[in-house]
Design a protein around this ligand. Structure first.
Ligand SMILES: [Zn+2]
Length: 264
């Protein structure tokens, strides 16, 4: 994602006054007749005003608050929809949003070994969704659900170190601790029981993914990181989040400070 958009510093506007007439005009004044000097001053004044106006416009276009006017609006008066609703940078770290950690007492197991958990409402809907898929001959299995900030600490920093990745590169596929949707207890990574497609974009070719695309919304699950999502996170066809009650909806949409339009 374009981090430059979030870290732009305002440029200083050159202090210009009406006396600041371009060099060429000043030289000109020395050699021309007095009669002409008055009109030159007026013309110079207009040019000076024009220069100030141009600088003011340029400053406005490049220094408006992030999220309101993007770089694309420098060339197009109406910002494109993919950039005009960029979130404010307060809760964003490397393209991920800050999320609170769910309380253990609100979690329920969704896997056979009872190790993978989601928050109660999401867990119930996941089980119903899974049963419905099974009835259609499709297998969907949870790979990962709720994660603590501590779990994410390992996933982000230890794996990053093992792979020798930069923070930016790691953040394309993993959220920093404190910034994962998995902390909320509403997000779940889903597989089809075939390890080869687990946590891989190949998952989009499976029957499980196709079934989810057609039916997950009936159970209030949606894909968090669609292709070319505004967050700039890599496409994750396996990562789904529950948005079926007020708390989950607020958790995700308020955190992102986005308008009601969903991901493209
Ligand atoms: Zn995930």
């Amino acid at each position: 994602m374009d981090k430059a958009r979030f870290s732009k510093k305002p440029k200083k506007v050159p202090a210009r006054s009406l006396d600041d007439i371009p060099e060429a005009l000043r030289d000109n004044r020395k050699v021309t007749q007095r009669r002409r000097s008055k009109s030159v001053t007026i013309v110079g004044g207009f040019i000076g005003l024009g220069v100030i106006g141009a600088f003011a416009l340029l400053w406005f276009l490049t220094n408006s608050p992030p999220g309101k006017v993007s770089q694309s609006s420098v060339t197009t008066p109406t910002a494109s929809p993919t950039t005009s609703d960029r979130p404010s940078n307060e809760n964003v770290l490397l393209g991920h949003f800050a999320y609170p950690e769910a309380s253990p007492k609100d979690l329920q197991p969704i896997s056979r070994d009872r190790q993978i958990k989601l928050r109660k409402a999401a867990a119930q809907q996941f089980r119903a969704m899974s049963a419905s898929a099974r009835a259609s001959g499709v297998t969907i299995v949870p790979i990962s659900g709720f994660r603590t900030v501590k779990d994410q600490q390992h996933l982000f920093f230890d794996v990053k170190a093992q792979r020798g990745q930069t923070a930016t590169k790691r953040a394309e596929v993993s959220a920093p601790p404190g910034y994962s949707e998995h902390h909320t207890g509403y997000a779940v990574d889903i597989g089809d029981g075939t390890p080869a497609t687990n946590l891989s974009t190949k998952f989009e070719t499976t029957r499980a993914y196709k079934w989810l695309s057609a039916n997950a919304a009936r159970y209030s699950f949606e894909l968090s990181f669609a292709k070319n999502n505004r967050q700039g996170v890599s496409y994750e066809p396996w990562h789904w989040r529950y948005v079926g009650n007020r708390d989950s909806l607020e958790t995700f949409y308020k955190a992102q400070n986005l308008k009601s339009r969903p991901n493209p």
